[in-house]
Structure formats: structure tokens, C-alpha cells
Design a protein around this ligand. Structure first.
Ligand SMILES: [Zn+2]
Length: 151
């Protein structure tokens, strides 16, 4: 398995230090370190299988399609469209005081569907298929969460 992050292939997206939606710190493992390091630079990574060519999301070292371990990091554009979304009007835990907020699946231009939040956008403007652009919300010292704004 290659763990080397790719050279930048798209301009960096914004990294917000004081996010508009609470950003819990994710668990970081040796296998996901490069992914989280890239988020702090405004870059979104996925993995791609070099045996079958499929994009892999969530990022993991073994291809879920052909079980190859010949997978590599690849930067994605950060552009996509809303595949599905739900407005959460009664949050729980750390999200209790955040509602309403938006939970969504965004389909990246590269193919994978990513569970995420739509932020900084009027709820009435949300539609399936609407273009979105990634933004990163800093979550502690070692990571920023990829979220999306309407483009
Ligand atoms: Zn594969």
C-alpha cells in the first residue's frame, strides 16, 4: 500500500478556524493520517485502486471491489452535487444546540458519495443535484472536517 500523499492537483479550498457548525475531532489512525493532514491544507483526498481503477470511499488501504492492496491517495476536486439531504431539526449530543442543520450525501465529481453536512446555505435553496464545493471546518489540532457549500 502506498501511503505517500499526492502532489497538489487542485487549488486549496478554504479552511475555516471558527466553523458555523460544531466540528467534533475525528479519530486519527496511521492509515488516515495523510487524509487528515491534507484537510488542514484545504485538500480533499480519496484512494484509488490501481488494480481495478475504482475510486474508494471512505479511504482505506484494501480495495472493497477487488481486494487489491495496490491503492494510492488521489486528490479530488472538491466539487460535487447534492445526492440526498435531510434537515435535522432536533440534534443530539454536541449537535443539540445546532439545529436546524443539514446532513447530506454529496456525490463527488469523481464518483464517490460522501456523508457530510451542507453549511452556510439557506435551507430553501437546497435541491437534489445542486452543485456544491468543499469547505473545511477545523476540528482540533490535527484535522478539519470536509463539508460543503452551495456552489
Ligand atoms: Zn480494486
Amino acid at each position: 500500500m502506498s501511503t505517500t500523499p499526492p502532489a497538489p492537483s487542485f487549488p486549496p479550498a478554504e479552511v475555516v478556524d471558527n466553523p458555523s457548525l460544531v466540528a467534533p475531532e475525528p479519530p486519527i489512525t496511521p492509515e488516515t493520517r495523510a487524509f487528515w493532514d491534507a484537510t488542514l491544507e484545504g485538500r480533499l483526498l480519496m484512494r484509488r485502486c490501481r488494480t481495478c481503477g475504482e475510486p474508494i470511499w471512505y479511504p482505506r488501504p484494501i480495495c472493497p471491489f477487488c481486494h487489491s492492496d495496490d491503492t494510492v491517495w488521489e486528490q479530488v476536486s472538491g466539487r460535487g452535487t447534492i445526492y440526498s439531504f435531510s434537515v435535522v431539526r432536533r440534534g443530539a449530543g454536541r449537535f443539540a444546540s445546532e439545529s436546524p442543520y443539514v446532513l447530506a450525501y454529496v456525490e463527488l465529481d469523481e464518483g464517490p458519495r460522501v456523508m457530510t453536512n451542507i453549511v452556510d446555505s439557506a435551507l430553501d435553496d437546497l435541491t437534489i443535484g445542486h452543485p456544491v464545493q468543499v469547505v473545511f471546518h477545523r476540528a482540533g489540532e490535527g484535522a478539519a472536517l470536509p463539508r460543503f457549500r452551495l456552489a
